[in-house]
Write a protein that binds this ligand. Structure first.
Ligand code: PMP
Length: 458
């Protein structure tokens, strides 16, 4: 396409963007009619666009930023490694940062996880967990154990295996004919369960028990987003539910996979969400915050028992034949090590728990607002469910785009976030200061009130 030399730099970028970039999870028809945000740089919890406007990163650049942007120590970890080697493979060989990071991950993850298999995204990490669980049983000769249990409204990423254990109709239904079927247990969604948290938890556990009683012989594993189901709307599990699910799976000889991609690395106030209930899964997937949100590294951790099922003579062909080009990327592993060092040096977990209380206290100001249905929070992972009618909990119509309108207003007010349907997400970088959290929550609440009560209809 022709690009006029009278265009401003912004207009030029927009023209190229619209001509050539297909954005993920984005209706391009809407995007191309919008005033796109083009980020140029970041500093701390702020992002700056090419027109010089500043925004708080209120969703940690899609749930992954930990220490803020452009942090000197993290930058230095990458440049130091860059001076040695940017990438070399883990297929049959090793590199220094991947080895050191594996040792660190084994140290900080729940007990029993001793082996680290690297990949480059949450979805690939889940794909690996699913394939490992499947092949584990094959290698043991239990060839009937081929199926999986997932939870209603689960999200585990966008590759086909991850989508097969996903259960969000809007994202997943169109692909159903090409997926393997999974058992689905109800997720304990207390706010929308007629018998509240207790009833929701009981319903989940009794359905799980039923499936395990009748079908455990054909089930390889259950996969769960521990404590907080993210993409479904930041839905926090009733206490004890995770632990009981893990115990049931163990009882019936079904592997338990914890997908900590969204919840890992301090996000919920513990290093991992499993730590809240002292759950030790058989397989655990981490990504996003692993590198402080700097580079695409993910990992699937396994127990010694899972690993041993693959450890055999070459001729037996029990090898895990899976690996991605950028597995164990040294730059990513180096920055992950620097990020984890910062967790210790800055006592991040204590800080997150304290800041979570601050946010909780602050958000009480809108608790009784007529369109705030429920404020859900675990650590610095917050979802605010908006409702059309508070007394009946009636949801907004999809076409009302309530979440889109609220986050649009937040952007006008100087904070970025993305909605999940009618749930507004607030997930600030864990390193946000008290003053920054104060400013961000002010914007969040104002955006909600302006849109739901101020009649700011587009
Ligand atoms: N699992 C969970 C629980 C997630 O929240 C996500 C992403 N939001 C993924 C997996 C997929 O991760 P990625 O986008 O890095 O593939």
């Amino acid at each position: 396409m022709e690009r006029s030399c009278t265009m401003t730099p912004y207009e030029r970028l927009v023209a190229i963007d619209q001509a050539h970039v297909w954005h993920p999870f984005t209706q391009m028809k809407d995007y191309n009619q919008s005033d796109p945000l083009i980020i140029e740089r970041g500093e701390g919890v702020m992002l700056y666009d090419v027109q010089g406007r500043a925004y708080y990163d209120g969703f940690s650049s899609v749930w992954l930023n930990v220490h803020g942007h452009n942090v000197p120590e993290l930058n230095e970890a990458i440049t130091a490694q860059l001076g040695r080697v940017a990438h070399s493979t883990l297929l049959g060989m090793a590199n220094i940062p991947a080895i050191e990071l594996a040792e660190k991950l084994v140290e900080i993850t729940p007990q029993g996880l001793t082996k680290v298999f690297y990949s480059d995204a949450g979805a690939t990490g889940v794909e690996i967990a699913v394939k490992m669980a499947f092949q584990y049983w094959m290698n043991l000769g239990k060839t009937s154990k081929t199926k999986f249990i997932t939870m209603n409204q689960a999200y585990h990423g966008d590759t086909i295996g991850a989508v097969s254990v996903g259960a969000i109709p809007l994202y997943h239904d169109v692909f159903r004919p090409m997926l393997f079927p999974s058992y689905v247990v109800p997720y304990p969604y207390a706010y929308r369960h007629e018998r509240g948290a207790h009833g929701a938890k009981e319903a989940t556990l009794s359905e799980l028990r039923k499936i395990l009683e009748t079908s455990a012989h054909e089930i390889a594993a259950m996969i769960v987003e521990p404590i907080v189901q993210g993409a479904s709307g930041i839905i926090v599990m009733p206490e004890g539910c995770l632990r009981e699910m893990a115990t049931l799976c163990r009882e019936y000889d079904v592997l338990f996979i914890a997908d900590e991609v969204a919840t890992g690395f301090g996000r919920t106030g513990m290093m991992f969400a499993c730590d809240h209930e002292e759950v030790s899964p058989d397989l655990m997937v981490v990504g996003k915050g692993l590198t402080g949100g700097y580079l695409p590294v993910a990992a699937t951790l396994a127990t010694e028992e899972v690993y041993r099922a693959f450890y055999a003579d070459y001729e037996e062909q029990k090898t895990f034949f899976h690996g991605h080009s950028f597995t164990g990327n040294p730059l990513g592993c180096a920055v992950a090590l620097a990020s984890l060092k910062r967790f210790e040096d800055h006592r991040m977990l204590d800080a997150v728990r304290r800041k979570a209380l601050l946010v909780e206290h602050k958000l009480r100001a809108i608790q009784d607002a007529p369109h705030v249905g429920e404020i859900r929070q675990k650590g610095l992972m917050v979802g605010i469910e908006l409702v059309k009618d508070k007394s009946t909990r009636q949801a907004y119509e999809w076409a009302e785009r309530i979440g889109v309108r609220v986050t649009g207003r937040a952007r006008e007010l100087g904070m970025l976030t993305r909605p999940l349907g009618h749930v507004v997400v607030f997930m600030p970088p864990l390193a946000s200061t008290d003053a920054e959290l104060d400013a961000m929550t002010d914007i969040l609440m104002k955006a909600i009130i302006d849109v739901t009560e101020g009649g700011r209809v587009r």
